[in-house]
Design a protein around this ligand. Structure first.
Ligand SMILES: [Zn+2]
Length: 86
């Protein structure tokens, strides 16, 4: 009886491994790898690319801009002010 349980367990583990290998890995991608199928945006200040959902959205001058941090948003806003008033 005990041996049967072991075999059942092994079979279950094998089944899970095969399933994880064949299953689409959309949800299993690590955060370090570049995520595909996700929209990326560029920070106009530090030129860094980031996922749209991680970006800070600033609507400035009627258009949407995406930033990695509030610092970059502030810098961009300053630049806009300078170009408008000089
Ligand atoms: Zn930035």
């Amino acid at each position: 009886m005990f041996r049967l349980l072991i075999w059942l367990l092994l079979g279950y583990i094998g089944f899970r491994i095969i399933k994880s290998l064949t299953a689409p890995k959309k949800s299993m991608t690590s955060s370090t790898a570049p995520r595909t199928g996700e929209e990326t945006v560029q920070d106009p200040i530090c030129k860094m690319y980031l996922a749209k959902e991680d970006a800070i959205v600033g609507t400035l001058d009627g258009t949407r801009h995406y930033f990695c941090s509030m610092d970059c948003l502030e810098k961009f806003r300053e630049q806009l002010d300078h170009t408008h008033h000089s």
